[in-house]
Design a protein around this ligand. Structure first.
Ligand code: IMP
Ligand code: MG
Length: 173
C-alpha cells in the first residue's frame, strides 16, 4: 500500500530556513563549542544539515529514546534506548528534534539532560505543532510552525517510511 504525499514545505524552503537557524546559532554561540544532540532517528537529516552550516566548532552526539504509552499518544515517560556517548557536564548543548507535538517527550528529555549539569541547554526543532501542545516546552529555535497534520520527510516517518524525502510532506490517508 502506498499513500499519496503532498508537499507542505519545499526542499528549497527547508534548506533556506536551516541556513538561517545555523547563522543564528553561530552568532549566538560565537567563541564557544556547541554539542548538538541528535534525537534518533527523526532528527538525523536536520542535525546533519544544520551542523554543516554552523561555522563555530561543533560536537555531535546521538540519543535514542522511546516514550512509554499506548497507541499514538506518548506518555512522555522516556526510556533511553541509546544513551549519549559522552558526558554533557559543563558543555553548551543544543537538543535537536524533528517535531514537537504534545511536548511530553521533550519535556521529560530536557529535565533528564538538565540533571546532568550542562553549562547551558537549548532546544532546536525543525517543526512545531503548537496546537497539539499538552505540556509546555520552551523552544529556542523553530524551523516552521505547522498545522495539526501528520507530516513525513526530512527524517520524519510514517511506519518507518518516507524519512528520505528531501521535503516535508503531508500524508493523504
Ligand atoms: P510528543 O511531542 O511527545 O507528543 O512526540 C513527538 C514525537 O512524535 C516526534 O519526535 C515524532 O517522533 C512523533 N511525531 C509527532 N508528530 C508527527 C508527525 O506529524 N509525523 C511524524 N512523526 C510525528
Ligand atoms: Mg522523534
Amino acid at each position: 500500500m502506498s499513500e499519496k504525499i503532498s508537499v507542505l514545505i519545499s526542499e528549497q524552503d527547508v534548506d533556506a530556513r536551516i541556513k538561517e537557524i545555523a547563522e543564528l546559532i553561530s552568532h549566538e554561540y560565537e567563541g564557544k563549542t556547541i554539542t548538538l544532540i541528535c534525537i534518533l532517528k527523526g532528527s538525523v537529516f536536520f542535525t546533519c544539515e544544520l551542523a554543516k552550516r554552523v561555522t563555530i566548532p561543533v560536537r555531535l552526539d546521538f540519543m535514542s529514546v522511546s516514550s512509554y504509552g499506548s497507541g499514538t499518544e506518548s506518555s512522555g515517560r522516556v526510556r533511553i534506548v541509546k544513551d549519549l556517548d559522552d558526558s554533557v557536564e559543563g558543555k553548551d548543548i543544543i537538543v535537536v528534534e524533528d517535531i514537537i507535538d504534545s511536548g511530553r517527550t521533550l519535556n521529560n528529555l530536557l529535565s533528564l539532560l538538565s540533571a546532568r549539569k550542562p553549562n547551558s541547554i537549548k532546544l532546536c526543532t525543525l517543526l512545531d505543532k503548537p496546537d497539539r501542545r499538552v505540556v509546555p516546552v520552551n523552544v529556542d529555535y523553530t524551523g516552521f510552525e505547522i498545522p495539526d497534520k501528520f507530516v513525513v520527510g526530512y527524517g520524519l516517518d510514517y511506519d518507518q517510511k518516507y524519512r528520505n524525502l528531501p521535503y516535508i510532506g503531508v500524508v493523504e490517508l
